[in-house]
Design a protein around this ligand. Structure first.
Ligand SMILES: [Zn+2]
Length: 260
């Protein structure tokens, strides 16, 4: 049995003192592939370095909605475009809309999201999307992208309607440690198609029960899989195999991945 962590932030400074041990523990879990997700240009360069140094790590390139400049400027995507052409970069993002924190003006977030989607289409890469308190505008982008770009709604905690739309337009959803919390809507786990969902840690954030409140790391994705298995009434083996296969397919990892 092998697992995939489809979304984490290995470049985070909280891993600076023990990043290699974190990766070792992930391999023991065993996590076969890890996608480290970039939050801005500088971070994307660091993520690419990590992906080049480790056979079981891949990266994305993008500017998080929290980090979008006030103009949502075009120039922002210059470096992102360059990194996206590298074979270890397997996605554009994370991008999206966060109307909960509103760290950047909403219009700028929407412009940046649209530019990331265009870039994903041009680069032939999938889109990693963060959406919080912005369902309506996220749904609008999904409808616009339908057929042209495939994406994942990461850390999915949205409505059943948004999940249905995602399934309808060929997108994926991904679940974090939030799926291990009592507050999580188990119906979302039951209704998702087995060929369209992934699991992730979003580490160092969102540590799953029983590690809630501590620093999270890719090896703990196993707890997310166990929660999904319970809610779906499936074996851990089934959830592990389905989500690993989905992660490899979505990011196109199988061609040169260690689990191919
Ligand atoms: Zn993230």
């Amino acid at each position: 049995m092998k697992f995939a962590d489809s979304h984490c932030h290995l470049t985070d400074s909280s891993f600076d003192s023990d990043r290699e041990s974190v990766l070792e523990r992930a391999r023991e879990a065993p996590v076969a592939c890890i996608v480290t997700i970039a939050s801005d240009e500088a971070d994307a360069l660091e993520a690419l370095d990590l992906a080049c140094e480790h056979d079981d790590v891949w990266c994305s390139a993008g500017v998080h909605p929290h980090a979008v400049g006030s103009a949502g400027s075009k120039a922002e995507l210059g470096t992102i475009r360059d990194i996206a052409s590298h074979r270890r970069c397997v996605a554009i993002g994370e991008t999206g809309l966060d109307y909960y924190y509103d760290n950047a003006p909403r219009a700028a977030q929407r412009r940046s999201f649209a530019r990331h989607a265009t870039l994903a289409g041009q680069a032939g890469l999938p889109l990693v999307v963060h959406s919080r308190s912005a369902e309506e505008d996220t749904a609008a982008v999904l409808r616009e992208c339908a057929g042209a770009v495939q994406g994942v709604l990461h850390c999915f905690t949205g409505s059943a309607a948004l999940m249905e739309l995602a399934m309808e337009v060929g997108w994926y959803v991904s679940f974090t440690g939030i799926a291990t919390f009592k507050s999580f809507d188990a119906e979302l786990a039951r209704m998702v198609r087995s060929d369209r969902y992934m699991i992730e840690t979003d580490s160092p954030y969102l540590a799953p029960v029983p590690k809630r409140g501590r620093r999270n790391e890719p090896g703990l994705v196993v707890h997310v899989a166990a929660a999904l298995a319970r809610m779906r009434g499936e074996s851990l083996e089934t959830v592990a195999a389905d989500t690993l296969r989905n992660t490899e397919r979505f990011f196109g990892l199988a061609a040169d991945g260690p689990s191919a």
